[in-house]
Design a protein around this ligand. Structure first.
Ligand code: COA
Length: 261
């Protein structure tokens, strides 16, 4: 039987030219209306205020999507700096560079201490910033999750499931799929959202609660990459290659056994 056509649905909203929120998904043709409506509602009910501009884009996916599992999630207890001290070395990132990048996200990584519109790209171990534009950064896009993987994630995460977790997990699973990406650190720039993560390629998504003080208006994302990576290839993959998450391995509590010494 022929597969139903797939569509990318993207939403972004702003007020007085300032970005408020964004969301996206990949759905079969028969679910496009539902996705558009749910994004419209989402755009109208964001904690950052009501938008005066909402853009919803619907586009057929012509290229066969890459289908891959989500990263497993590790739910951790402890302060972010204690946990990051353990996690950065596991990702092959020198501790000093990891912590310096964390501080930069908190203080605003764009020129003048502003937040970026996308992620910075940090070369390991040199610390060089590789994104071509330090105001914009790079954004991962054209991604989604199958219904069955979403059900699996909801069941396994139980009361810890949130839409933010789902969106972030899809995004970072795509980012970490690219060869040469070591990890991604995320601190939301939403003042009300204080849960962040470090995701490590091939290992998992480490959920970090209280990654910043409540009310703090800054944050961002840093993608850590190995020396020698092709930045144009990374950008093209992250922006354009359709990525569909097809399963969710596990929601675990604490660090993986093998990491404990
Ligand atoms: N923050 C601030 N501004 C944003 C933005 C964001 N997350 N997303 C879009 N914009 C604004 C920018 O002005 C952007 O212009 P730019 O490309 O010069 O930065 C403009 O909207 C158009 O962005 P575009 O990506 O072409 O819009 P789109 O309608 O195709 O997609 C989203 C919108 C929200 C789905 C997409 O941007 C996205 O997936 N964002 C979330 C992912 C993310 O934040 N990734 C960051 C690290 S990987």
């Amino acid at each position: 039987m022929e597969r139903e056509k797939l569509f990318s649905v993207k939403m972004r909203s702003s007020a007085a030219g300032e970005h408020i929120s964004g969301a996206e998904t990949i759905v079969p043709e028969s679910e496009v209306e539902e996705a558009v409506l749910s994004f419209l509602n989402r755009a109208r009910s964001h904690s950052r205020g009501s938008p005066d501009f909402i853009n919803i884009k619907v586009e057929e996916i012509k290229e066969e999507p890459l289908r891959a599992p989500l990263l497993p999630v590790f739910h951790l207890e402890g302060t972010p700096s204690e946990l990051l001290k353990l996690l950065f070395p596991l990702a092959g990132i020198p501790l000093e560079l990891g912590l310096k990048t964390y501080k930069l996200l908190l203080s605003g990584p764009a020129p003048g201490g502003r937040v970026m519109r996308g992620a910075m790209v940090v070369e390991v171990p040199t610390g060089r910033r590789l994104e071509p534009d330090k105001e914009r950064g790079i954004r991962a896009s054209t991604l989604g999750i199958t219904d069955s993987a979403q059900r699996e994630l909801k069941e396994k995460a139980g009361k810890f499931y949130t839409e933010n977790l789902k969106d972030a997990l899809i995004l970072t699973s795509k980012i970490n799929f690219f060869p040469g990406v070591l990890a991604e650190l995320c601190v939301s720039d939403d003042p009300d959202y204080t849960t962040g993560y470090l995701s490590i390629s091939g290992l998992g998504y480490f959920r970090l609660f209280n990654i910043k003080p409540p009310g703090h208006p800054k944050g961002g994302r840093a993608i850590f990459v190995k020396e020698g990576i092709s930045v144009p290839d990374l950008i093209s993959f992250l922006q354009k290659k359709p990525f569909l998450a097809t399963s969710f391995p596990a929601y675990r509590f604490g660090l993986p056994e093998t990491f404990r010494s």
